[in-house]
Ligand binder design. Structure first.
Ligand code: CTP
Length: 404
């Protein structure tokens, strides 16, 4: 591999400098949208909030001003051209909470306040996050209005089910802010991976000693799931093959749950054979397996000496096959051992390897951030500490560079 100075990648954020118009209508979930505004500004997006009169009964403009670092708009007449100028500078419009009334106005083109006029003049991706009582949400009239919005190209996120403000249970809870941010990221993603068929592995694998005990590792699956969401958002057809994880299955990807290394090997081989163009091995595959798996629970007795044998290497099995996809591996090491990772890449015939030092703060297990070095035949790139979603973007950006 040519010795090149590692490039530093800083501030790679998909939402950075993007302008989001956040509409807030009058539902009790309005308070959750304050957090949504804060999360969007944390991602360095500029956020402009438009509140309906009813929304101000549930959350104060001051809260949104503080969270968005911008003044809040509400009246149609204070600045008569705001309904044109605000949408004109926005890249995406999000309405959260979207009440039954606001949804009805949008669906029928009513334009009697700032939010509904903004909706009509906006040319771009709109996302609504409905929030209402389950009986209202279930009402065919509301459903028809939402269908009308969907056929006009408006995306919907949520609602979820659970306890509602009225004390009843059902479907009608506004989607959580994290889920809405994800929908915004998806809406603003350039579809530059369309045509790619990406297989991603995530999480740990387990090797059983007996029916109740296994050997595994601390992987949460967060990096692999972030890669799956990101590839999906960027237009790829994604298959996520995951070991046991507490994370929710990402929507819009083919999901295959596995437990052991040999199950993962089987699933990867099958998915690759179906014509994958990229394989990303983000899973922390168990390296050893008990030589013998007891059919019955092993009794405590006087202690136990385990005899282990190495598991089959999944990535090598794919890289040595005749019709191989572009292969991206991971190397989670303890200490600054990028050279060891580079060696692994060569030995396992991968096209790229993503090295991280799990002892670094914010780059270990079960956290939402990572700090990696992307190594390939052309050089090395340091990402700096960033969210796993942004690391996933950096990896696919590099893949596109290499492929070009
Ligand atoms: N990997 C694999 N099959 C295995 C073990 C690992 O496909 N049985 C993949 C991992 O998913 C990762 C890459 O190989 O993408 C490197 O894994 P890592 O555990 O870092 O390396 P090992 O080869 O297992 O070596 P060591 O444990 O000695 O670091």
């Amino acid at each position: 591999m040519p010795k090149r100075r590692a490039k530093n990648l800083k501030n790679l954020k998909r939402l950075k400098n993007r302008c989001i118009l956040l509409g807030v209508s009058g539902g009790v979930a309005a308070y959750k949208s304050v957090e949504l505004a804060r999360r969007l500004t944390d991602e360095e997006a500029s956020v402009f909030v438009v509140m309906t009169e009813a929304a101000k009964q549930f959350a104060t403009p001051l809260s949104f001003e503080t969270a968005s670092h911008n003044r809040v708009y509400s009246s149609l007449f204070d600045e008569p051209m705001a309904h044109i100028s605000l949408p004109a500078k926005a890249d995406c419009m999000v309405v959260a909470p979207a009440t039954a009334n606001t949804i009805a106005k949008f669906a029928h083109g009513l334009a009697d306040d700032l939010l509904s006029t903004c909706f009509l003049s906006f040319r771009g991706n709109v996302i609504v996050a409905p929030s209402m009582n389950w009986k209202m949400y279930d009402n065919p009239v509301v459903r028809r209005n939402l269908d009308a919005l969907a056929s006009a190209g408006v995306a919907q996120v949520g609602p979820g089910s659970g306890a509602l403000a009225c004390g009843e249970e059902g479907v009608g809870r506004m989607a959580e802010p994290a889920e809405i941010v994800e929908a915004v990221r998806a809406a603003l993603s350039e579809k530059n991976l369309s045509g790619e068929r990406v297989v991603i592995t995530a999480g740990p694998t387990r090797e059983y000693l007996d029916p109740v005990r296994f050997i595994s590792n601390r992987s949460s699956g967060k990096m692999g799931y972030a890669l799956a969401r990101t590839a999906r958002d960027r237009g790829a057809e994604v298959t996520l093959i995951s070991g046991p994880s507490f994370l929710g299955k990402p929507a819009g990807v083919a999901y295959i749950g596995v437990e052991t290394t040999s199950e993962m090997l089987g699933a990867v081989t099958e998915a690759v054979a179906k014509g994958a163009t990229v394989l990303v091995m983000a899973a922390a595959v168990a390296d050893f397996s008990p030589v013998r798996e007891s059919r019955l629970k092993i009794e405590k007795g006087r202690g136990l000496t385990l005899k282990l044998s190495p598991t089959k290497d999944i990535v090598t099995s794919v890289s040595s096959s005749r019709k191989r996809p572009f292969i991206i591996g991971f190397a989670a090491e303890t200490g600054s051992r990028a050279d060891r990772a580079a060696k692994k890449m060569k030995e396992k015939k991968m096209d790229m390897i993503v090295f991280n030092d799990v002892t670094e703060p914010g780059a270990g297990f079960d956290v939402d951030t990572n700090k990696v070095e992307i190594i390939d035949r052309r050089g090395r790139i340091h990402t700096g500490l960033m969210s796993k979603d942004d690391v996933a973007d950096a990896i696919f950006d590099r893949f596109l560079e290499i492929k070009a």
